[in-house]
Design a protein around this ligand. Sequence first.
Ligand code: ZN
Length: 476
Amino acid sequence: MKKILIFLFAILIIAIHSPTLSSVTVKINIGLTNIKPFDSKIIFKYFESPYEYGKWVGKNLKIYFSIIKLKNIFAKEESLTNLELLSEKKDSSELMNFSYEELRGLSDGLNINIRSLGTILEHFTDCFLKGECTTTLSTSPGTKKGETYLTQNFDGEFSFPDIFTILIYHYFTWRCWVVKIGDNFGYAFWGIPLLWEIPFLNEKGLGMGGNGIHLSENRPVDEGDGISKYWLERHAMRTCKNVVEVATLIDNSERASGRNNRWPHMWDNSVYVLCDNLGGIVMIEQMHDNFIAVFGNDTNITHTREGILWHTNHHQWLDPNLTGSVFPFEYKSSQKRGERALELLNSSDNYGKITIDTCMNIMKDHQGGTNSSKKDSSDICRHPDKIDHGFTMFSWIIKPKDMKVYWTHGCPCRHRYVEYDFYSIFKFNNCSLSKNIEKHDFSILTKNNIRLYLSEILKKNYFFPCDILYLFQNFL
Ligand SMILES: [Zn+2]
């Protein structure tokens, strides 16, 4: 029964996701090959308030909830739901208030009362996998020309019925969303708006990734109530300009961690992986009581050269005896991927000369793992084998200085990275970009393209006043 419902869910997501929600996309040809600034795969939406965002999601995604409701038809209502807990704390912080308003809008948009919605959402994660990823960060002096890069392979399990989840994730990467709410920074993400966002870049050039952490089954875990990582990372994208601001935010927050993986706590123990357009990089290992932010120049912690960081699925700087993470020897795939990522970043061929091509080659790598001549589940680009079902579902690279993101629709050894220019997307939607990238040349957008852009907007019945104002001010 469960398998059939997950199958139906996967098919419906793919079927429904297409026409209605894509009506606001704008396509424009700027005459450069392989660069798609207004690709139909990128959907920009502006909302005046978090309540409006939640309501819009509720109205557009009713079908998702019908399926989840069907799946959870026998689930008993929890005595105190996430939403009720939130409403109790709603005035305690800007973040909690924001999250409550989003969910209040969602409740109104769906026409489902708060208690039922809370129960449905707590079972929402049953339909998805937890990410088990490999990430790297590199910046000056490790890179060529002082560039900064974030790379991420997003991994899952390759087994029935997770095959349907893999299809869903493949589908997620066919498009991404850019959402701006009120005065908050606009940010881009894959996945389902509000409910399952995988954020990766904001309008200030802050790039994001992350790593799931495997917990030991035998040792105690650093466990405690607090704000879910899911809400904290979205809050960081809406409010932070650089990696130092995020590290301060996370350090000062009451963080939730432990074995609870019900929505919105599905990523609570995960590692933050961040880069910014000033060249900053940081990886943050965090639990309820334990916290460490490791920056690119913390060589006394990383014991390697400056400007390179890497991570897989165990705590490598916090003490696993305190956090409850597995030790590397307890999860060989995580250990081998981490060792190989460091070896590649630090090799004499790469260190000091890292480029976008180096990053792509690292994420495609098959020369580590358990067999250096075969593709296996301990490679950076993972393929299932007898030891493990781990599988790289898709991959992305962020180059924050010029706000370019490259991503694949499947594992990087079989699918090419396509470049997307988010500078143009944020700029055309009147987001306030950071000053050091204002020097971009916008003259490539000829009047023909502007006409095309306008006609697309009108044809799609999508009128966004800021866009029109911006075009008049700058080009006409
Ligand atoms: Zn591969």
